[in-house]
Design a protein around this ligand. Structure first.
Ligand code: ATP
Ligand code: MG
Length: 753
């Protein structure tokens, strides 16, 4: 096994590094911990479960444990494997350990399950049964592939929606099941799904592609099928540490269990109340299972919360007490009581957004950093309204977990060209860019090429060549267009061969025609797409892969491949890059593990949160409640809950009831924010004509949320008002022209009954 040989070199490095970690004073590692935390960090037991509520220092314990192992127990960083929830968390963990140790640490494996498994597969691709240049399929690519397969298989995609098939396949993989191992029991549904799953597996195999679920599945099979590789890593990773353990799924748990074997030390930290990925196969039961599967394991509970005010913590505790299936915990804090939780009832989503932006601005004006504030919501679609409101007042924000950089259309297009440079048989990339920008290769031509590929069992690239050579299946115009594309890729490949990674990227972006193509869209959109392409070039120039070492040839395909892998893995991450000084916006799911001074939970309405898909069954509802618990416990000093009376979402306006979760928080912890809800028209100029004595005029009242009509702008809704007397201005959101501020005494607004 040639790959393991270089591990021998690693062992030499390891020995060198060990010399540097001579016994030092280690008291500083324990100093800033409470007694329970200290017990966990210095625990002599082989297997340890730290079970504790939010903000009790679980992640902190993990970091300190690693520092302890390296300094107090003189272990080598090569012996440590730490699993975190996101790539960002992994980077943070490494830097926190380095800060504690006062020196850089190399050789330690810290990453997500996917990142670590992927690293193993790259090193042992042959034993894992993969192509050397295998490509990662992200969720979007996966869905496209499934759509194509349904067409090939002649399966009606109305009856068998591609998303549902994707869901089925991923679910099976999370449970560690391949199509060949699933019994259909003559059930039609299962039979069809299996047919699709099988075809999907074949297509991935042919194209040298693996999806996220497959990464984990293969890494597990790698252990089972190659005892010598397993043994090697078992004897290397003596210390395995896992954060957010409550959200591991079956296959991740199995992978860990095999790696830990009987001799290694496993420390996991988690909180059953924060298990929020049941819908993606995570198994809370793994926590209960731990004691059985790892005999002699110890449980340590942490009970002091260091993050939040007692008001916030009480709210969270009271809320989660409504769940029945819990292991039960007791969280307390000696922090101050802090401010009451603000509750705002907006009349619609725009009013909600305006409220949030106003409060944020107050907060910044009193000197707080923007990055210490977060707006959390249940569904990605909610962000647009909030973004609009922030943009209007020019407050920078950053969205996590939505459309992230590497998932953007233009970036994926550029990456697809780069992928083709190193692997012409990458069918997904072929499909993506063969006619982007448009070069006259239409749907019919593509159908011919696809059917040729099926017929020959070849890649699309090869099918293109065959079609062009045979001159049978394609018209000469189409054949010409295809030829131009093939030549483009070959020429780019040649021109790029000696260029450094960022030059390659720039070359491909310039010569693929993507810039003028995206420019054609015009406007702000086009500008931001071009900026993103430029950003990709700078990402390439700052990219370096610690695995490849310093002396890597900048023009090598290995570096390009590593860059492309990183892009795929980042796109699968639920959190994104480093924080700027910007308001942090993200879904509740993406917020776990994080903390902010000021937090808003937006859209606390029945049907939205708890989500309507999960409201009707106890398990689903309890998971939603845990998600709410996660949301509340992100806040350190101030929390606002917001809900709207009516909300336009996915195009429909719904009348909404406040979320039950609001009622489950004791009323004395909540301070309802009242905004004066009526505007009095002042100045004695009523809608009707004539100047009258003020005293005689019946006061006309406009309320927020009221529908009004204006002579020029038509109908709209009153959103806001400011000023008094003749200065009073009112903001109306007109159906036809959007939101406008009008001077009340001139506006001649008619109230619509
Ligand atoms: P979550 O469940 O949300 O992931 P957690 O249990 O991992 O939370 P941490 O993020 O490790 O909690 O800690 C929460 C906050 O409390 C952090 O700011 C951390 O630095 C602080 N903290 C934890 N323990 C202590 C301690 N003993 N002394 C002072 N601060 C602490
Ligand atoms: Mg944590």
């Amino acid at each position: 096994m040639p790959r393991l040989l270089c591990e021998a070199e690693l062992a030499q490095q390891e020995a060198d590094i060990l010399v540097e970690y001579t016994a030092m004073d280690v008291s500083h590692i324990l100093d800033s911990l409470n007694e329970q935390q200290r017990n966990a960090v210095a625990s002599p037991t082989q297997n340890l479960l730290v079970l504790a509520g939010a903000g009790s220092g679980k992640t902190r314990v993990l970091v300190h444990r690693i520092a302890w192992l390296l300094q107090a127990e003189d272990q080598s960083p090569f012996a440590v494997l730490a699993v975190t929830f996101t790539n960002k968390a992994a980077r943070e963990m490494r830097s926190r350990i380095e800060a504690l140790m006062g020196q850089a640490i190399g050789g330690m494996w810290v990453g997500t399950f996917h990142g670590l498994a992927h690293r193993l597969l790259r090193a042992h691709w042959q034993e894992a049964g993969l192509a050397e240049d295998f490509q990662i399929l992200d969720a979007d690519d996966q869905l496209r592939l499934i759509k194509r397969l349904l067409r090939t298989l002649n399966i009606d995609d109305d009856r068998w929606p591609p998303k549902q098939c994707q869901w089925y396949i991923n679910g099976q993989k999370d449970e560690g099941r391949r199509a060949a191992n699933i019994e259909h029991f003559e059930d039609d549904y299962t039979k069809t799904m299996l047919e699709i799953y099988k075809a999907y597996e074949d297509a991935c195999e042919r194209g040298g592609m693996i999806d996220f679920g497959e990464i984990l599945l293969r890494a597990h099979e790698l252990w089972l099928k190659n005892p010598q590789i397993l043994q090697h890593y078992q004897s290397r990773f003596r210390y395995i540490l896992v954060d957010e353990f409550q959200d591991t799924n079956t296959i991740q748990y199995a992978w860990l269990r095999v790696l830990a074997g009987t001799d290694n030390q496993l420390m996991v930290v988690g909180d059953d109340d924060q298990s929020i990925y049941g819908w993606r196969g995570a198994r809370i039961e793994n926590i209960q299972q731990f004691g059985e599967d790892f005999p002699g394991s110890d449980i340590i509970r942490l009970e002091q919360n260091y993050r939040s005010t007692s008001t916030i913590l009480n709210a969270a505790n009271k809320l989660i007490a409504h769940n029945h299936s819990r292991l039960g915990k007791n969280l307390w804090t000696d922090g101050g009581e802090g401010e009451a939780i603000g509750l705002y009832e907006a009349f619609n989503e725009q009013d909600e957004a305006r409220f949030i932006v106003d409060r944020l601005q107050d907060w910044f004006n009193s000197g707080h950093a923007r990055s210490e504030s977060a707006v959390l919501y249940r569904s990605n679609a909610q962000s647009r309204e909030l973004e609009d409101a922030l943009l209007r007042v020019g407050v920078p924000y950053r969205i996590y977990g939505g459309q992230r950089f590497y998932e953007r259309l233009e970036v994926k297009n550029a990456l697809a060209y780069l992928r083709l440079l190193i692997n012409r048989n990458d069918d997904t990339s072929m499909e993506r860019v063969i006619n982007v920008p448009t070069r006259g290769i239409g749907g019919r031509t593509m159908d011919s090429i696809r059917s040729r590929a099926r017929q020959d069992g070849s890649s699309l690239w090869q099918a293109c060549i065959n079609c062009v050579n045979d001159r049978e299946m394609l018209s000469s115009r189409a054949a010409n267009a295809v030829l131009v594309f093939l030549k483009l890729i070959d020429d780019m490949d040649q021109a790029c061969a000696a260029l450094a990674l960022h030059e390659k990227t720039e070359y491909v972006i310039t010569h693929s025609g993507l810039v003028p193509y995206h420019e054609k869209e015009g406007g702000e959109k086009a500008r931001s797409r071009i900026e993103n392409l430029e950003e990709l070039i700078s990402a390439a120039s700052s990219f370096d892969d610690p695995e490849l070492g310093d002396d890597v040839d900048l023009s090598s395909n290995a570096l390009l491949a590593a860059f492309l892998d990183q892009a795929s893995l980042d796109a699968g991450d639920t959190q994104a890059a480093e924080a700027d000084d910007a308001v942090q916006m993200m879904t509740l799911h993406s917020a776990k593990g994080l903390e902010f001074d000021l937090v808003f939970l937006a859209g606390m309405e029945e049907g939205l949160f708890p989500h309507k898909m999960s409201m009707d069954n106890v398990a689903g509802l309890e998971e939603e409640r845990r998600l709410c618990y996660v949301g509340i416990t992100r806040a350190k000093t101030k929390l606002f809950l917001c809900h709207a009376e009516s909300r336009r979402l996915h195009g429909d306006v719904n009348i909404c009831r406040p979320s039950r979760f609001i009622r489950e928080i004791p009323a004395q912890l909540i301070d309802e924010v009242r905004i004066k809800s009526a505007i009095t028209r002042i100045g004695g100029k009523p809608f009707s004509s004539g100047i009258r004595d003020d005293a005689e005029i019946p006061q006309t009242e406009l309320s927020l949320g009221q529908r009004v009509t204006h002579g020029k702008f038509g109908e709209g809704i009153v959103l806001n008002y400011e000023g008094q007397g003749s200065n009073a201005r009112v903001q109306v959101n007109f159906d036809a022209v959007g939101s406008k501020w009008l001077v009340l005494s001139y506006a001649k607004l008619e109230v619509i009954a």
